[in-house]
Design a protein around this ligand. Sequence first.
Ligand code: FAD
Ligand code: NAG
Ligand code: NAG
Length: 602
Amino acid sequence: MQWTLILTISLSVISLTTSQTNNIFDFWTDLFRPLPHAKKEGFVPDYTPKNNQKFDFIIVGAGSAGCVLANRLSEISDWNVLLLEAGGNENFFSDIPIFAPFISITPMNWDYSSEPEKRACKDLRGNVCYMPRGKVLGGSSVLNFLIYQRGHPEDYDDWEDMGNEGWSYKDVLPYFKKSENIRIPELYNSSFHGKGGYLDIDYASYSSPLETAFKDAGQELGYTWNDPNGENLIGFSKPQATIRNGRRCSSSKAFLEPIRYRKNLKVSKYSTAKKLLIDPLSKIAYGVEFTKKSKRLRVYARNEIILAAGTVGSAQLLMLSGIGPADHLNEIGIEPIINLPVGYNLQDHVTFSGNAFIVNETGLCVSDMIAASPMSAAAYLAGHGPLTIPGGAAGLAFSHTKYSNDLSDSRPDIEIVMGAGSLAGDFLGIIRSLLGVTDEFYLKVYGSLPIQKRQQSFALNPVLIRPRSIGRLTLRSSNFDEHPKIQPNYFDNSNDMKIIIEGAQKIINTKSFQKYDTKLHDVPFPGCEDLVGTCKMGPADDPTAVVSPRLQVHGAKGLRIADASIMPRIPASHTHAPVVMIAEKAADMIKEDWDKPIFKIS
Ligand SMILES: Cc1cc2nc3c(=O)[nH]c(=O)nc-3n(C[C@H](O)[C@H](O)[C@H](O)COP(=O)(O)OP(=O)(O)OC[C@H]3O[C@@H](n4cnc5c(N)ncnc54)[C@H](O)[C@@H]3O)c2cc1C
Ligand SMILES: *[C@@H]1O[C@H](CO)[C@@H](O)[C@H](O)[C@H]1NC(C)=O
Ligand SMILES: *[C@@H]1O[C@H](CO)[C@@H](O)[C@H](O)[C@H]1NC(C)=O
């Protein structure tokens, strides 16, 4: 048992860390692709543009948003579209839902970290929070925990109230549905879900008695077992996930792979955009300078350039190209072309992931021993078993804490994600290294627990979904390779801290969990996943806005942004589904502006 475990894990780690250079893993990935999807899925061919080649549209970044944009824009057959992506292919291991935390210790991650934080990340290496971001076709949708959530309707009504016409919930719901292929039978008839879209949404087929305890605990506390993407957000549920037959359905697998032979779409992998070419007088963005295999190339756009490089990438690229706060750009020696508040308005949900609740029975929780067993591997090949649990998350709860401004409000302030296992069961230190937890800290907290107890543990991770703290992203220098400075300012608002302390305890005190004599072993610490907002959307008269409600960069021509960075305020959900929606809507706005037919809202 021990040996299989060590072997499986080492194989995974070796393959993941070499995946960007070694095609043998493309072979394995192909081998394990389920047959019914053999046509739909497959490696996207790599194309290297010639120096000075022209395209109608250039999209930078093939993440959650970029893959959607590439698909939708290339639906217009007389448009030539180029998609530039810094990373390479996903692989067999990044497909395994429960291994989500692994992917962040591979070259598929840009490996950003925050500046040392005053009030958070104390037990992490150097007091810095790790900020994983995907560098691979599919972007952060290859690193993420697969959870599919849209947030609260009023989140989008707020966007509209901030001056963003066309972004209310009633306007965006059709776009959520457009992408979706719901595969959960009881939701087939729901007016909130879409069928036949590119993105598969399903449950993991695995469930354990822990899930039942969670459902019962919810009932005891007076919550319904519901669809958080439906009528009411508040309630308990099993996570809906971007899963296809038990495997990760990333943005690339959903939107890019099925159309990989479309003649008018070219995808250039391992291509890092270093600078946008902008005419300083007319402010027209006319090209992109990028490097591929240490060659520097330029490509030109006849119609538009669309940035989909993510909250870090898009803001970084704008500033390196002379669009940003003039004082900051001058300070680091970049000639400002357009003075805009790029990098402000950085928002995130803080997740607390270190806690461990111990139960007195085996067979409830999933430790890495169970995950790596041959039985689990065999079940996975058939699309079942504990490996299909999305990022290890087995239950979700949205509720109010007493710090919520209005308890009758239908908008929750906290989400609790139940992990089927916990950090205590992280014998091999993989989750620790993702979170940046020191070994000393791990041993201090969990060292006293016998191994068996560590295996009988699960987690309830509170997520602050309406954070009040706002941070900032700035450049360190004018050199692309120096990572930007990320200052999230977690807990600048003291209410943020209080909310998380209350979270999980309520659930544990229920009879449903006390029948397993459930005890909290120790307090959690933060992690961060949903960075948004550095290129805020707002009308021209909003001094904090970077892009217009049609996603055009204020003051520039031929340049749009469509990714997580444009969110004026973070919704009460994880951010993948909202980003996919943003990209769907952006594609229609672009088609509309160039007089092409658009999707009919039903
Ligand atoms: C560990 C983790 C867990 C998460 N869990 C969840 C979850 O369970 N559910 C959920 O909804 N959300 C989750 N998220 C958040 C969600 O995945 C992101 O918000 C979303 O993927 C962001 O989409 P994006 O298109 O804005 O950026 P990304 O998906 O990050 O895409 C940006 C792309 O641009 C590329 N790029 C950047 N700069 C350049 C450049 N200069 N040149 C060329 N290419 C470039 C990158 O390589 C990347 O592929 C999680 C995120 C992380 C990191
Ligand atoms: C959905 O609606 C159709 C037609 O009204 C009905 O036949 C079917 O049983 C419904 N399916 C579910 C899962 O409720
Ligand atoms: C676990 O604890 C509960 C509550 O104290 C007890 O009823 C139950 O018998 C215990 N189970 C085991 C296997 O010890």
